[in-house]
Each structure stands twice: as C-alpha cells, then as structure tokens.
Design a protein around this ligand. Structure first.
Ligand code: RAM
Length: 875
C-alpha cells in the first residue's frame, strides 16, 4: 500500500514540553507489586520514570532499603541508567521479614527526582522456618466421591494485633477463610507443579482478616492436579492418594511480640458441602450438607524439601460475562450462550426447595443443528451440580474445578438470565493492545488474547476444556513471544521453566509436557526446544538475565542431548511430532505432518544451538560460544548436504521446510532469495493459503516479510477461506482453534477426538502483527526494549494500525494511518530508552534516532523528492 503513495516529505514533530520534574513510580520487586514471598535473597528492584519531558534518561539513582524505620542499605548515588533488575546490595536479609524500599533518580539534566513512595517485599521462608506439620483427614474417606475435606482450628489473639501473615500449601488445591472471610483472591492454589519436586506455597497478609480474641480458621481442599484425574488416559493419584494441609501463620502484636499458629494435631476435620470436585469432571455442591461431626486429624511426616514460594502471578477471577442469549435448542434443551469461549466457571444465585438441583454442563460450540455439543471434551464431564437447601437465596460457585466453555446446558429451576460466567486465569498484567482497520484481524487479536488468557492457568496449557489441559512444551514455545506482547509473562514463564528444568530427564531430554505426567515421553523437536526458546524469548522481552542464567544448564543439557542423538551432525532418529497438524494437500488425515519430520528436527537443532550461542554470549561464557558456534556450522552443513539441492530446492518442498530453513538461517546467502521465491510460489500454488502446522506457522509471515514478500504475507493474513487465520474468525470463533478446520464450512466438525476450539498455537501470528504490522520491535542486541525499534510495514488494504506495549520502561505506542495518499504516524517512546524510528517512504524507510517522547510523522507529497528528505523537527 505504502509504495502506492507516490510521495515523499516526512515531517517529524516532537511535542514540546516545558521542563517537568521526573517522577519515579511503579516500583516492582522481582517483577511483582509488593510481593509477600520473594525467593531471591538478593531481590532485584525495578522502577519507571514518569515524565512528560521528552528525551529523558536516567543518569544516576539512589536506592534505599529499610527494615521498619531502620535503613539497611543505601546504594549511594550510582551513576547508571539501569532502572530494571537492580540487585539488592546490602547485608543479608532475613527470611519471612518485610522490608520497604524507595528510590530517587537523576535525569540527564542532572535534576534529582523526589523519592518514590516506598514499595514493600517480604522474603520467603527457608526450609528451617517451617514449623507446621502436615495434616490429613483422620476420618475414613468415601473412596468413590472423595468429598472435600475441611480442616479447622481456632486461634486466640491475646493482645492487639499489628500484623498477620499466613503461609499455606497442600496436597491438592485449597481455599481458606479466617473468621468467614476468604484468604486472598486466588483460585486453584497452590498451582500446578510436579509436587514431588516443587510444591509451591503462598504467603498472604491476613492482618485485616484477624481480630482480637478468637479467630476461626478453616481450609477446604480439593483433589486438584495432585490426586485428581489428569491426562486423557484417565488416571488419578499422580502424586498421592490423600489430601493434606500445611498451614503456618505468624501474628505480630503491637508490643512487638510474635505468636505462630501451625497445622498440627490440634486441628479438626470434617467434610461439608463440596461432595465431589475434579478439575475435568466438575464439582457437586450440596448445600444441605453441613459439617456436623468433627474428627481429629492425622499428623504426617512429609518432607519439607520440595517447598518453594510462589513467585509468579496467581490464578484469579477476571472478566465476567452475562448471557448473550438463552437458547432453546432443536432438542428442546436450555442452553446459555455467554458469547465468549472462556475458562472459568458460572456463578449464580438461586432459590427453591431443599433437594432441588441445578445442573450445568459446559461446551465450546453448538453443533450444526444448533444443539449443545461436548463430545470434543472427550472424557471430561465438565458438569457442575448444585443442590439447594431451600433456605432462601443461595449463592453457588465451584471451588476446585474450571471449565473451557462458551455454552452451558442448564437443567433445573433457575433463571438462566441471572447466571454469569467468570474467567479464571493467571493474573499476568495486560501489556499489549493491537487494533487495525480490518475488524476480522481485530477479532483475530481478540481470539489470540483469549486463548492466552484461557490457557495460562499457572502453567501454559494446550487447551482448557477436554481431558488434557497439559503443559505441552511445543505449544508454549511457539506462542511465547506473542504471549510476551499481550501480557507480562516474565514470572509466569520463569516459574514454568523451573518446572521444565526440574522435569528434564537425567540425559537432558525435555518431556512432551511439563509438569511431566507422561513418563519418558520426551525429546521431540519443536517441543523440547521450549528449554532454549522460552528463556531466550523472555530474556529479550524483559531483560531478565538471572532467569537466563538460571536456565542455562537446562538449555545446555537439551542441546547436548540432541548432539548425543546425532549421526554426522544430523538429528535423524527418534519420535517426532514434526509440523503437527499441518494442512495436507491430499485431504487425508491431518495428524501427520507433511514436512519431513527429521528435516524439521535438524532445523530446530540449529535454532537451539544458535540460542545457546546467544545465551553464552550474554552470560560471558566464551568457551561455550566457540564450542557451539563450531557445532552450528556443522549442523548447517549437514542440513545442506542432506536436505537442499544445489539450486535451492528443499526436501519436502513445503512451506514449512522453506520457512524453517530461512528463519533459522540454514542456507548459504546465494540460495536464500531462491528459497524465498520457492516459498512464495508454493503459497501462490495454494491460492494464497497456508499449509503449515504448529511449527511452521509462527515464522511464516516473518520469513516472507524479511525476504521481500510482505505482499504475500498480507495475502495470507487477510485470507479468510480454509486454511487461514481468518477462516475460524469467519466461522464465529472467539478463540484460536487447535485445527485450521475444527469446524468445516458446513458447520460439521473435523473430528471429535482431538478438536479443541481453544488452543493458542496458531495464534503465534500475534507477535508479527505487533512487530511488523504495527511496528513495535526492539534492537535485539539490547534486551527489554531499552533500545526500541519502530518499523511498521503497512500492507494489504489496511488503512490504519495502532498498538501499544507496556515495557519495563513504560509505554511504547505506534499509531499509523494512511488517508488520502498521506501516511501519518504517532509514536510514543518511554523515558530512559532510545528508539530508531523507521518512517515508511516511497523508496524504503527514513530512519530517525530519537529519545523518549511523543512524535508525529507525516509522509506527504505527490512526487518523490529525493532520499535526503526534508525533516521538520520541533523541540
Ligand atoms: C495434542 C495437544 C498439543 C500438542 C500435542 C502434540 O494432544 O493438544 O497441542 O502439542 O498433541
């Protein structure tokens, strides 16, 4: 589109501002706002410079950490522009203690800011700090329904309470109350990890829940991932058979004395209203039941060695949805359409007779006839049953389950109009927005974001609805960069990468799913590479070097594993998923990739080795840089010999083969244009449809835009017949589908077996939309958007695109428009960064190097003036 503008006159307008003092704000400790359980004993501090003043950078900072009123550490004035991940440098901090810190900065006009308002953090417990005992129900459990146990105790606060902190974890999932008030806002805690190796606990400030005198403490447990059914092979008790609680609460009185309450033999247990709860199958709540008989608890001596603090955002409630429609289906059933495929549950109020029940079943789509459909959930019943006690209005919401759904089949006497769906997902802050002139692309962006929301439930799951919901490594790696645009996923992935490293097999192989519930099933290309791809992606997006260095041994072990499987530097054996679920021209089963899976494996071997080199360079491991550089050269040669003809045709001759070879730089320079041309020709031969699967799709448009085929990339992006990104949008999708044709044009389903309508993998196009369509990119040599690159590549029939990204330094924004032959662009660059802005011009781009501020550009005129454009710049 832009080259149709026969213009060229670029104006750069910098909004002029009077000098305003810089404010330091948004203080984070280890990426979190006032965290209660910081694992890193030398916590890292980050802040943002808030100013309307253009061209602002930080030249120095002073940071002080306090314990109460006492200063523990003052950094002094440090001449540095570092404003993210500044490590604590004082004397040893005490586990369980709360600290405050504040910072002030000097800007590049040598003006000091005021001190920030203080932020807080509390250090996590050490193993030795745990005094609590594991307790299990002392009664005999109904071994079929396994109703939720309740544990209770009372705590007598003899003096005036200053503060209270509760540390909680369990075997299972828990919810708790103190004096009837909920402890925290999180769901499905302690989250999903391999509990044997890493069991997360949460720390809650419970000061406001406590009262002088008697305090009633109650915790209810569900089977969760610990002993519930997880995996399509329908197995439960993966980590144990019995639910157990660990609770420790420290109360500090106003006179400075402290008292600790622990779970021990003094607690009691019973069962209550939650008669049944399984993540896949749903929950049964019987409000007629109450805990009348209380039993002693059993104290059990489990090791505390696996306890780790929560360091990532917890799963919390988010958006709520009122029914879009209440449908009576052709079968005569009542079905609510909530308008959005989400993960979470339905909550509502109802009244009726004791014993009346309300049954909710969840599904993602209606079938061709318009009836309720849930066969694609396979064995997951996703059914919540609520039984009334008849005592007035009763409120229901499930506790220990979640469902992936848009439609709910309702049975029982309840007013469906009054029901509400609640989205439940990890509370990673929203960082990205994207919008353009094509409403279908906007719906695609919406669908990508929602598949991310729905599948980021403490771990990155493949899907939220069927009997699976596992941490599939391939899906996560391919989507990780898009995820990092939409939300801040630094801590989310840092946590999951620890899970991954913990589950890596002794030989370095990375399991298919993390937490690993699939035994030795491991080491597939594009899946196991999550070990290298995600650390590097997250490091680039956020500049978190500690995470990269923590993961380095895991990255290395993975690359070394591949190396151990190769013959003459070719990875040519073992099970591979290949380019999973790619389109097959012959219309046969789509479960088999049509790109040679060892070709794919060799490409990923090269990619992971390249990422090792990048990481080694970043961490100053020169020996490894050399070792892996030499290896990479051999990997590329082996690829070339085995898979490429001298004239640049690549074996399989598929889109994915060309895409991976070009993306991972596996071809000699002279063959790159030829391969790109072959790729473009291949796409044209499919009438501008993609044929890629999980691995090829992510890089498809990127390779095209990098190699001079931006027009082809836009044709693919804007394509709306199968297979394409917009085909599901046209079919009414509100999330990304697992298959390009999950639902066929005639509204029949491709299959029932493996047909999720909420799978983010194909949503990996999202990062290209932010980075290339809108133009928010970075100089890759400086991580975390310290050096921003703005380079939109307008195309197709788009007349505008605007996007923003909240980086560690603040908001980056781009807003471009094409109107009446004129290109305009507004750009926002946050303080303490610099940017290279590339303004589209008739003959390429005009580059501007700028500091922070708001800029306006216009490319106007009817004739090409010359390359040396007249630039107007107001300061
Ligand atoms: C399916 C999962 C996942 C994929 C694997 C290979 O079962 O849904 O998306 O990574 O297969």
């Amino acid at each position: 589109m832009i080259n149709r503008l026969s213009l060229l006159f670029i104006t750069q307008l910098l909004c002029v501002q009077l000098y305003a003092q810089v404010k330091v704000d948004q203080l984070l400790t280890e990426n979190l706002n006032n965290p209660e359980s910081v694992e890193n004993t030398t916590p890292r501090f980050s802040w943002k410079l808030i100013t309307t003043q253009a061209n602002t950078t930080q030249t120095a900072y002073e940071l002080t950490v306090m314990s109460g009123n006492k200063s523990l550490w003052n950094s002094g004035k440090v001449n540095s522009d570092q404003s993210i991940f500044v490590p604590y440098g004082g004397s040893t901090l005490q586990s369980g203690d709360k600290y405050s810190w504040k910072v002030r900065i000097w800007d590049n006009k040598q003006k000091a800011s005021a001190w920030s308002t203080p932020a807080y953090f509390r250090l996590a417990l050490t193993k030795a700090d745990w005094k609590a005992k594991w307790i299990e129900p002392g009664y005999e459990e109904d071994s079929v329904l396994r109703p939720s146990p309740i544990f209770k105790t009372t705590f007598k606060a003899g003096k005036k309470i200053a503060s209270g902190i509760a540390y909680i974890t369990c075997h299972g999932v828990y919810e708790g109350t103190i004096n009837g008030k909920r402890i925290g806002e999180a769901y499905l805690t302690p989250g999903f990890t391999d509990y044997v190796k890493r069991l997360q606990y949460q720390a809650y400030d419970v000061t406001n829940l406590l009262q002088n005198g008697d305090n009633n403490i109650e915790l209810t447990l569900g089977s969760g991932w610990f002993r519930g059914i997880v995996g399509w092979w329908n197995q439960n008790n993966h980590y144990g058979k019995t639910l157990a609680l660990l609770y420790q609460m420290q109360v500090t009185y106003t006179d400075g004395t402290k008292e600790t309450l622990i779970s021990d033999e003094n607690w009691q247990c019973s069962t209550g209203k939650i008669a049944y709860a399984e993540i896949y199958n749903g929950e049964t709540i019987d409000n007629r039941k109450s805990s009348t008989t209380w039993y002693p608890v059993k104290v059990v001596n489990y090791s505390m060695d696996n306890l780790v603090p929560t360091t990532s955002e917890l799963v919390t409630k988010h958006e709520t949805f009122k029914p879009l429609a209440v449908i009576t289906t052709p079968k005569g059933e009542t079905v609510i359409d909530f308008g959005q495929n989400l993960s979470g549950f339905v909550h509502f109020k109802a009244s009726g007779k004791a014993g009346d029940s309300i049954i909710l079943e969840h599904g993602e789509v209606l079938d061709k006839a318009g009836n309720f459909y849930n066969a694609n959930l396979r064995t997951a019943a996703a059914k919540d049953v609520f039984i009334l006690n008849g005592k007035g209005e009763e409120y229901f919401e499930p506790h220990f389950t979640y469902h992936g759904f848009r439609y709910v089949r309702v049975k029982g006497s309840v007013k469906p109009e009054q029901m509400e769906a609640v989205a439940l997902y990890s509370d990673c802050p929203l960082t990205g927005t994207f919008e353009c002139s094509n409403p279908m692309i906007n719906q695609l962006q919406h669908n990508i974001l929602w598949s991310q929301n729905d599948n980021f439930v403490d771990i990155p799951t493949d899907c939220p609805q069927r009997d699976e919901r596992l941490g599939w490594t391939g899906d996560a790696q391919t989507f990780s960069k898009t995820a990092a645009f939409n939300r801040n996923v630094n801590n989310f992935f840092a946590k999951w990468l620890k899970d991954l490293a913990a589950d890596q097999l002794p030989n370095g192989a990375v399991p298919f799913v993390v937490p690993n519930l699939m035994g030795d099933a491991a080491a597939a290309a594009g899946w196991a590479d999550a070990a290298t791809v995600i650390p590097w992606t997250i490091y680039q997006a956020y500049g978190d070097k500690k995470m990269l260095s923590d993961q380095y041994p895991s990255m290395k072990a993975w690359v070394e594993f591949i190396k151990s499987r190769t013959h003459n530097d070719l990875w040519d054996n073992g099970f591979q998923f290949g380019d999973w679920l790619s389109y097959r021209a012959d219309g046969l089963t789509e479960n088999t990739a049509n790109t040679d899976s060892y070709l794919v494996a060799q490409c990923y071997y090269a990619y992971s080795t390249q990422l090792m080199i990048n990481a080694a360079k970043t961490l100053g491991k020169q020996e490894d840089v050399e070792k892996y550089s030499a290896l990479l050269k051999r990997i590329k040669e082996a690829f070339f010999t085995e898979y490429v003809t001298p004239k640049g045709r690549i074996m399989s001759n598929t889109q994915t083969a060309y895409v991976l070879a070009l993306q991972f730089d596996l071809l000699p320079e002279n063959l790159r244009p030829i391969a790109a041309k072959n790729l473009a020709a291949n796409i044209a031969s499919y009438k501008y449809h993609l044929t890629t699967g999980f691995l090829g799709t992510y890089f498809l448009t990127n390779v095209l835009s990098n190699h001079g085929y931006i027009d082809v990339a836009y044709k693919l992006l804007l394509q709306d017949t199968y297979p394409s990104w917009l085909y599901p949008v046209k079919m009414g999708a509100t999330t990304i589908w697992e298959r390009w044709d999950g639902m066929r044009p005639d509204s029949t389903f491709q299959t029932t077996d493996m047909n999720s309508f909420n799978h983010y993998s194909y949503g990996a196009i999202g990062e290209w939309m932010y980075r290339v369509v809108a133009g928010i990119d970075m100089d890759p040599s400086v991580p975390g958007y310290k050096k921003i690159r703005i380079k939109p590549q307008p195309g197709g029939d788009l007349t505008y695109a605007k996007a923003s990204l909240e980086t560690g330094y603040g908001k980056v924004g781009v807003d471009w428009k094409i109107k009446d032959g004129k290109f305009t662009m507004d750009v926002e660059i946050p303080a303490n960064t610099t940017a290279e802005i590339f303004v589209p011009a008739t003959d390429g781009y005009e580059q501007k190097n700028v500091g922070s501020g708001k800029y306006h550009y216009e490319s106007v005129g009817t004739t090409l003036i010359n390359k040396g454009l007249t630039v107007k710049e107001n300061k």
